[in-house]
Design a protein around this ligand. Sequence first.
Ligand SMILES: [Zn+2]
Length: 428
Amino acid sequence: MKEYRSELFLLASALLIGALGGYLYLNKSDITTAQSAVAKVEIQKPVLKYGYDVNQHHFESYPIKYGSFIGDILAAQDVSYNKILELEKKAEETFSLRKIMAGKDITFVKKSECIAPQSFIYAPDLFTYYEYYFGDSISVRKGEVPFDECTEFVTGTIRAGSTLSEALGEKGLGIAMADQLEDALAQVYFPHAQPGDQFKIIFKQKYIEGAPVGSGGILAASYKSGNSESFGFYYENEKYQGYYDVEGTPNKKTFLRAPVKASRISSYFNPNRLHPVLKVRRAHLGTDYAAPRGTEIFSVADGIITHRSYTKGNGNYVKIKHDGTYQSQYLHMSKFKSGLRVGSRVKQGEVIGYVGSTGLATGPHVCFRFWKNGRQVNHLRENFPPLDPMPAESLPDYYEVRDEYLRFFNTVPYENETEVVFASMKQP
Ligand SMILES: [Zn+2]
């Protein structure tokens, strides 16, 4: 945490010097170059790639073709049949050869252009690689790709007819950032974003060899819609971690709005509805979320499973008790999540089953029912109690972190504004 604070200070200084813009960052190397200029002797370190000195090795990469076998690719490089078998066995402990995917690259490492390779590298993602060595012995090793992480800042605006993701995309930020912002500012309901809404985000950006490869998480964010401004500050200590608002209340909803992602509401809570299957007026005491069969259904809050069974109307369903007041119920599942049973504890967002159309249902959806003090209510109309704020003894430390971010936010206006309207720094 401390190092981010000092980077934040540098970020703020850079801004004050006048590098003001919609998107800026400080390059760590700018700072280190200035420092190393003082040192008299610089030791030339070998440049490593996958742990190999690049001046002493050759790297040959080939895309793995669909339908090809690793064994055949190795055999074509003069690797003996016995070694391939041994490697296959050895790899099971670390990263099975069967997990190697077509479409990705396989990189052979050679000591010289003219001799057969002694190892190959496979990278399942940008940050990890595996080295399969088959020289005088057989070994498989996991490696991590070194990356730089810089603290960066961005401000942007939701334009008419565009979404939050598009507004972030305009600034060169990927879809993952929209998810991260929804976590940081869980009190903001982004599907209701209005044109003219504005955001500021301080985040960690990861770089590999100078190229941005994704966000390492949001440190602080603010969102302004009309006259209301919401904040989320990342804070962690031994007991807590997550996003908190100006007062130190967690920016996490006690209940999620929907039990499935990327769904649409196909039928609202309605005490007087014509039933689609039975064709009679019958109250619909739930909210239907249509989603493809097999979509994960998750618990909207922490709780204990009280029912996990089947009835003709409900199909496969799960009911969860969250506390003395609230219970939730999920109907028409195609399948239950295995390993869970009545009495199991579940966390908010934990998968409990999969969308289906068992019981009385016209198509795949989850009928979500919400109970308050034993009565079914429309969860979209409920004002849920906030999660408990941090205990008093943690607040002073939290305020220190928060104020650092607030001070920074107070030095930069939103994209469409020329001056900063000072953000609140009040202590409750
Ligand atoms: Zn329903």
